[in-house]
Ligand binder design. Structure first.
Ligand code: PEP
Ligand code: MG
Length: 753
């Protein structure tokens, strides 16, 4: 058998390129490829298996196996040796296939006569596309060089598959990125939207995976790597002053180390020597790193591999000229599709430009989700693989109620979906009919419905939603959308606009709540093992009072004689509240001395977000002018279940008897001292939860503006005394959550009218 040295493999790639350039149909090209590989490697068999759907591989071309088996032989992911290569992304190279673990006999292919088997995955950037197999009668292990040559060919096949080179007759060969696709994810924010895909990180397309002149390619690669190193050095020097974030520095140092890694460059140069173009070489190593990334259990190592992945992306962009800014215009009705996104990046897009968001990762409790909610646009999370299937500009329909994403939908889906949009518009009409009516229940109780806000863009909702005021103004959003700490004058102007827009309706300003997932890129951050339990919110404010004082001054100046309401986030004990309140009094004093007009009155409240505060001394409840229950954090600490971790978050229902009873106890403690109490976590905006909170005695709720209509609509149709009696009976029956009984009760109650 010929020894495919580097030049052999280059020869093979050269012939492959000719075959691919021929003007033939997809199947003919695939057949030609298998013939070429078999003859140049002197093996009896070469076969290409491609995914027919997510779970099934199909024999799409073969040289040496029974030709009738093409498009007939199928196996499930993980089944047989081919299925195992596809599942693990690892090569199987064996001299005795029938005795190798997982071997499956497929009589239709006539393959029992072949002893040796070498299968390599066809994958593109960690995405599985198929398996390339060679087999021979002679019992032998394939040489390292031969396996390498196959991997290089598989890489080219992956690129060509992506480019649609094998498209033709036969379903398995239909073009990628053209068929309708459905993704099932989780609900991050309800609502439906129709629009066009906008990828947060555009796909880089490598149009020329094979190259003839390794010298030119090596030079191109080295020049690109030089550019990359320079850009990493620039980034490093921009974070190298004393005030810079140590995390960011560490990341940059790791980048620098990888960018200068000789072995990385050597491997890519070897790939070029084997016949690949510079960009295909980068992608080949990136694919290998992604496969390793998915298999490494150690989080630190995974992070490092992630750095390498990021660097490879940068290198590809330099080589292909396809920068992050591809020159493509963002479509009018953009649906943002991303692996994940932070709140600051999301805010950068702006509310007007996005109709919906689809994420592969993400979580309901994250602040990016809160931004999506404030914008009232549907958000789907955990839509697996959507970024590898969607292309910029693809037609997409997002069903935030069901957690579904219809990519390139067909006509039936489009018309059903448009009916749904029309129905939702009708519901909106119903809500606007009760906009100026109070949320008065059948028993005569009135529940105050306020809205959560944080951006100037939220203010028009004050009018359109019928909110009675702003129950939570998240001031950190103004900090997150900037590249440096905003100045006092700037903040005062913003707060003043908020008060103007509120037009004497109350506004509760929450002081800066940073830490956990809200990271300000320009502020020094401490390395913390558990940021959600770490140095955040009021803890930062009290330890580094500069920003908090500046913010309080801005608030006092913005009020300029009007009433001012301030609350502190994440208070865990009485002393923290005392110290923060003291700070307000000091600033009022200072501002007075400076000749500024003081607010007409000042109320200082605390957010109850840690269970400990519910058990604080009575004096705390007496001192606080009001309490606002931050249910998002409170629930995560009550159940010890990370609000951002979908796996555990869903385990605990808000209507769990323990949590509901806890809320009731907080309401009772507040009632004993006549301390006004409200609830401002996301659950306040869910009608059933809102009704249960009202039944537990809460008379003030703050939610995203779009929830006010649906919550009010339900509250106006129920009798809270009856609801309370039903919940009490349900609790007494020993259930874990009262949800089932509540739903049952609502069905009969609301039907009765
Ligand atoms: C909460 O924790 O419920 C809350 C309102 O604060 P945030 O979601 O901003 O942490
Ligand atoms: Mg909170």
């Amino acid at each position: 058998m010929a020894d495919p040295t580097e030049s052999e493999s280059r020869k093979l790639l050269g012939r492959l390129r000719e075959a691919l350039a021929e003007d033939s149909a997809g199947q003919a090209r695939l057949d030609r490829v298998t013939q070429l590989i078999a003859s140049s490697m002197s093996t009896e068999v070469c076969s290409i298996y491609l995914f027919r759907d997510e779970e099934t591989l199909e024999l799409c071309a073969t040289e040496g196996l029974n030709p009738d088996a093409v498009h007939e032989t199928r196996m499930r992911l993980g089944e047989g040796l081919v299925g195992r290569v596809a599942r693990t992304g690892k090569v199987i190279n064996t001299a005795d296939a029938p005795s190798t673990r997982g071997f499956r006999f497929m009589p239709e292919t006539g393959e029992e006569v072949f002893s040796s088997f070498c299968g390599v995955p066809i994958q593109r950037l960690g995405e599985r596309l198929g398996v390339l197999v060679v087999q021979s009668k002679e019992a032998r292990i394939f040489f390292e060089d031969e396996v390498y040559a196959l991997e290089v060919v598989a890489m080219v096949l992956a690129e060509m598959t992506e480019l649609g080179a094998f498209v033709g007759e036969g379903e398995a060969l239909r073009a990628r990125h053209t068929l309708p696709a459905l993704f099932r994810g989780g609900v991050g924010q309800e609502g439906v939207a129709e629009g066009y895909v906008w990828l947060h990180e555009p796909r880089v397309v490598v149009a020329n995976p094979i190259a003839d002149d390794p010298e030119i390619e090596t030079r191109r690669l080295r020049e690109a790597v030089d550019k990359l190193r320079m850009s990493v050095d620039d980034m490093l020097s921009s974070v190298s002053d004393e005030t810079a974030d140590t995390d960011q520095r560490e990341v940059m140092e790791a980048y620098k180390m990888f960018a200068n890694s000789r072995s990385w460059l050597r491997r890519m140069e070897e790939d070029i020597g084997a016949g690949l173009s510079a960009e295909a070489a980068v992608e080949k190593e990136q694919s290998a790193a992604r496969t390793r990334m998915s298999q490494v259990p150690d989080a630190y190592l995974r992070e490092r591999l992630h750095d390498l992945d990021d660097l490879s992306n940068r290198l590809l962009r330099i080589l292909t000229g396809q920068g992050k800014d591809t020159g493509a215009e963002m479509p009018d009705k953009a649906i943002l599709v991303a692996r994940n996104i932070g709140p600051a990046e999301l805010l950068d897009y702006g509310r007007e430009r996005l109709k919906g968001i689809v994420l592969e990762q993400g979580s309901v409790g994250s602040h990016a989700a809160i931004v999506a909610r404030a914008w009232a646009i549907p958000l789907i999370i955990h839509a697996e693989k959507v970024t590898s299937e969607a292309l910029n500009g693809d037609h997409v329909m997002v069903d935030g109620d069901q957690g579904l994403v219809h990519l390139r939908p067909d006509d039936t889906v489009v018309s059903a979906f448009r009916d749904k949009i029309a129905m939702q518009a009708k519901a909106q009409e119903r809500y606007s009919g009760i906009k100026s009516l109070p949320a008065q229940t059948k028993c005569g109780s009135v529940v105050g419905l306020h809205m959560n806000a944080g951006l100037i863009a939220d203010l028009p909702s004050l009018e359109s939603s019928g909110a009675e005021g702003v129950g939570l103004f998240r001031t950190e959003l103004q900090f997150l959308i900037r590249s440096k700490v905003p100045r006092r004058g700037e903040l005062a102007a913003i707060y003043s606009r908020v008060l103007d827009a509120a037009n004497s309706k109350p506004v509760v300003f929450r002081t800066l709540d940073i830490g956990s997932d809200k990271v300000l890129p320009y502020m020094k951050r401490e390395e913390e093992p558990n940021p959600a339990l770490g140095w955040r919110a009021i803890r930062v404010g009290l330890d580094k009072p500069g920003v908090m004082r500046m913010q309080l001054q801005a608030l006092i100046r913005a009020a300029n004689g009007r009433p001012l309401t301030v609350m502190f986030p994440f208070v865990a004990q009485f002393d923290e509240f005392k110290a923060a309140r003291e700070q307000v009094l000091t600033e009022l004093d200072n501002e007075k001395k400076l000749g500024h007009t003081l607010p007409e009155n000042v109320k200082v409240g605390a957010m109850l977000e840690t269970p400990s505060l519910a058990f604080a001394p009575t004096q705390f409840f007496e001192m606080a002018d009001f309490i606002s229950i931050g249910g998002n954090d409170l629930k995560q600490f009550f159940f010890a279940a990370d609000r951002e971790n979908e796996r555990v978050r869903r385990r605990y229902d808000t209507l769990n008897v323990s949590f509901l009873t806890f809320i009731e106890q907080i309401v009772e403690r507040c009632a004993a001292t006549n301390t006004p109490v409200s609830f401002c976590g996301e659950d306040a905006g869910r009608p059933i939860e809102a009704m249960c909170f009202a039944a537990m005695g809460l008379r003030s709720l703050s939610m995203r503006p779009a929830s006010i209509g649906p919550v009010k609509h339900l509250l106006r149709r129920v009798n809270l005394d009856d609801a309370k009696a039903m919940i009490d009976a349900s609790r007494a029956s020993g259930v874990q959550s009262v949800r089932g009984d509540v739903m049952e009760w609502l069905r009969t109650e609301v039907e009765r009218g």
